[in-house]
Design a binder for this molecule. Sequence first.
Ligand code: GDP
Ligand code: MG
Length: 163
Amino acid sequence: NRPIVAVVGRPNVGKSTLFNKLAGKRISIVEDTPGVTRDRIFTEVEWLDRYFTLIDTGGIEPDNGDIILSKMRNQAMLAMDMAHVIMFVVDGKAGLTAADKEVAQILRKTSKPVILVVNKIDNINQFDNIYDFYELGLGTPFAISSANGMGLGDLLDEVIAFF
Ligand code: GDP
Ligand code: MG
């Protein structure tokens, strides 16, 4: 009965890195069959005495583009069904992609809060990379670095504000 926060986004944007950082410990991936969606991974997160369940919906093996896209759609649907808050993670180094736009199109239809998270902003010199993502129509992008932890406190503040 804790609030559920789902992490969605295309492969390689850093969903699992973010998940592990917030979990505070490494959690191994449940299944590793190419082309098969791995089991979703759950962890409990505590921030400022608030608790929530975080789900890493990732685990798509790089395969052909259509399969990735259909799995991303399914994950977005799952997240919209079960989560209270959705973190949509994009890659601030790679920039905006067609797949990001596809997922955004689905997520814009939910009435649930969607937080647009631009990962891989490892230092302030890369901050300008976030502006392209306004185009997704999901509000103000949150710049974070899952690698070094930059921006994670502000992100968690935003998450718990929705409970
Ligand atoms: P996922 O497929 O979305 O779960 O992505 P992963 O968490 O597996 O990360 C994909 C790659 O991006 C890995 O090589 C990570 O080390 C790298 N990565 C993740 N977060 C960051 C970050 O904040 N900064 C940088 N520079 N690389 C990152
Ligand atoms: Mg992953």
